[in-house]
Design a protein. Sequence first.
Length: 214
Amino acid sequence: MVGPPGAGKGTQAALLAARLGLVHVASGDLFRDNLKRQTALGKKAKSYMERGALVPDELTVQMIADRLGQPDAAEGVVLDGFPRTRQQAEALDRMLAKMGAKVDATLYIDVDRDEIVRRLSGRWVCSAASSHVYHELTNPPLVAGQCDIDGAQLVQRDDDKPETVRARLEQQLPPMFEVVDYYAEGDVLNTVDGDQPIEDVTEALMRVVGQPVR
Ligand code: ADP
Ligand code: ADP
């Protein structure tokens, strides 16, 4: 799943993973979990994330390789937020080839800049699990301020502040377009219009990846 910050990757990856019976692997969630647990990786990633910069490829690729090596990933995953650079995309191809696997489809959620800013400024995430994502206008929780799934308090991400959003777009969009080009060359790119209601984006994505496998 490829797209700018706020495009709806996490929202759609969770829905697709549930419909396809696959595991949802989100690089941002893995980093935030490491940050919370104050692991060595979390400590190294922190300053990059706070500045809206990309965490260096070496650290990111190793984190994803470790995650994909776990038993629950053996049937395949919906990868969300990785790869974000051409080097990461090439590393992903290499690690999958070693496992006898490949990228089956790249799903690029295309959303324009004004909509990105609206989405990130209204985003609220669960304090217990940052993959539980809401929007104050377009995707509100059932009870204000509370996660539908586990009842924990909703919070705004530090990096969704306007100045960090600007930095993320400046630093992360150019490499993202290189990733889009890489998959277009490899003939696995599918572009979906992300500027539609959440359910309509899911249907468009499901048309690409086909019916539930189990
Ligand atoms: P968003 O959902 O807004 O696109 P994420 O939750 O995916 O953001 O990522 C949060 C932050 O974690 C990024 O701004 C970046 O600092 C870091 N990060 C996530 N994925 C990657 C990646 N593939 N490569 C480098 N840094 C990453
Ligand atoms: P990403 O993982 O790409 O950063 P998210 O899934 O976190 O994006 O979505 C960003 C924000 O936009 C969240 O507040 C989410 O509830 C909201 N959102 C996601 N998809 C849509 C959509 N199709 N229309 C309106 N709001 C959306």
